[in-house]
Design a protein around this ligand. Structure first.
Ligand code: IBG
Length: 236
């Protein structure tokens, strides 16, 4: 690999978190051997936008095709658009199925997950008077629209993974969403036994297990004050 990917975003989950998950699941580590010691570095570097001027600088120097982040410097490119970045990483690290049909299934599942992710991610930015209604709607969608679909996919497919017989980005992104939904409602998987075992199984994959441990590059739940800071950066 030509150096570590460099992620440009604010210091929070937002639209960058699925990218962090994919890079971590792919196990993109830089390891150095010295005598008998093997030391492994982080999966990726991060450059955090702290203030509006940090975003303006990237916009002015031509780094952002559509003037927006997430942006990831990888393999000599400056990639923007969350889905394009995720597609590139998933293809590069073999997390995108073995043929066209598997890829089509993965795309369907992942697009559904992006839709649910949008609801969960936007909860923290809801105005106080709309929070309760937004919460009810996102929990209803998680429990009655999206999770039943993935429970059924696991049942019908009958394998350890959502698609084919190997880990794909769909598994990684589903686990990310399950954990995020549990932060809002810890027993959200109560009615979904196959999702419960899926969660345990995928969490135990070594690269993912490592990412779930304290001190990893995974971001904590976004707090109101993080959002206030992000709004100052992104809203003109
Ligand atoms: N389609 C783009 C993608 O998926 O990458 C959208 C990117 C986007 O909306 N970027 C925002 C941005 O750069 C930051 S994420 N805005 C500056 C501008 O001038 O448009 C904003 C966001 C947060 C938290 I913060 C949750 C969701 C979005």
């Amino acid at each position: 690999m030509s150096g570590k990917p460099k992620l440009h975003y604010f210091n929070g989950r937002g639209r960058m978190e699925p990218i962090r998950w994919l890079l971590a699941a792919a196990g993109v580590e830089v390891c150095i051997w010295s005598f008998i010691l093997r030391s492994c570095d982080k999966y990726f570097e991060e450059s955090y936008l702290e203030k509006k001027e940090d975003l303006t600088k990237l916009q002015k120097d031509g780094s952002l095709l559509f003037q927006q982040v997430p942006m990831v410097e990888i393999d000599g490119m400056k990639l923007v658009q969350t889905r394009a970045i995720a597609n590139y990483i998933a293809t590069k690290y073999n997390l995108y199925g073995k043929d066209l049909k598997e890829r089509a299934l993965i795309d369907m599942y992942v697009e559904g997950l992006f839709d649910l992710n949008e609801l969960l991610m936007m909860h923290v930015v809801q105005p106080a008077d709309q929070k309760q209604q937004h919460f009810a709607n996102m929990m209803d969608k998680a429990e009655n629209r999206y999770f039943p679909v993935f429970e059924k996919v696991l049942k019908d497919h009958g394998k350890d993974f959502l698609v084919g017989n190997q880990l794909s980005r769909a598994d990684v992104q589903l686990l990310e969403i399950i954990l995020m939904a549990e932060e809002y409602k810890p027993d959200i998987l109560a009615k979904f036994p196959l999702l419960q075992s899926f969660k345990a199984r995928i969490s135990n994959i070594p690269t993912i297990k490592k990412f779930l441990q304290p001190g990893s590059q995974r971001k904590p739940p976004t707090r109101e004050e993080d959002i206030a800071k992000a709004i100052k950066i992104f809203r003109s």
